[in-house]
Design a protein around this ligand. Structure first.
Ligand SMILES: [Mg+2]
Length: 214
């Protein structure tokens, strides 16, 4: 039994790769970024892929961690807003996602003891669309999307603002995500409990942690 299990009041979920896993949707997002690089640089699709790959590698070495797509595009001189406009225009989650009743049951059963939030580098329009497609759009108290600060995770200042907005001491939070450095690292440095997941079934760990029967 963990000491904080009864103190958690706010669970903050990452979205992509955490509440669903879809390689095809991920590929669609990558493609939108490649097309944006093509358009803005006048590069061929092949050149754009290489530009993104090289920027990704440069950042991996400089940061000693896996950079997000947003950071990689920023490294190529693109604005975060431009990237999200391209994603909004060219990414079609309705082609890849469908309602997930197991996910609904797992997440819904947490609401008796906690308020639930999303904190994602994705934009509001797409976040809403994805949650609706999964059938879980009504379960969250607030969605913190890229529009909240236009500074993608990991970003301690934006995280601080999210925490202040929700309110409560570090031990009243639980952060859940699929990328340790992006979703969980900054929260851990504030003393917040975290959980790393890689598939929907891993969300059951939250129930175990909190002594809840799903
Ligand atoms: Mg993720």
């Amino acid at each position: 039994m963990l000491p904080y299990q009864n103190e958690i009041r706010s669970i903050v979920f990452d979205l992509d790769g955490t509440l669903y896993v879809s390689p095809a949707l991920y590929e669609n997002v990558q493609q939108a970024a490649e097309e944006l690089v093509s358009d803005s640089r006048g590069a061929t699709p092949e050149e754009s892929r290489i530009l993104l790959k090289n920027a990704h590698q440069r950042l991996s070495e400089a940061l000693d961690e896996e950079p997000t797509l947003t950071r990689t595009c920023m490294e190529l001189g693109l604005e975060v807003q431009e990237l999200h406009q391209a994603i909004q225009d060219k990414v079609h989650p309705e082609r890849f996602l469908e309602p997930d009743p197991v996910l609904y049951a797992l997440v819904d059963s947490l609401r008796d003891s906690c308020d639930l939030y999303i904190y994602t580098n994705n934009n509001l329009l797409l976040t809403r669309k994805i949650l609706a497609l999964l059938g879980i759009e009504d379960l969250f108290r607030h969605l913190y999307t890229i529009e909240f600060s236009w500074n993608p995770k990991p970003d301690p200042d934006s995280l601080q603002r999210v925490l202040e907005d929700i309110g409560g001491p570090p031990e009243s939070f639980l952060f859940v995500g699929d990328r340790r450095q992006v979703d969980l690292g900054p929260a851990e440095s504030f003393g917040i409990p975290t959980l790393l997941v890689s598939e929907t079934a891993d969300l059951l760990q939250i129930h175990k942690l909190m002594g809840i029967v799903p």
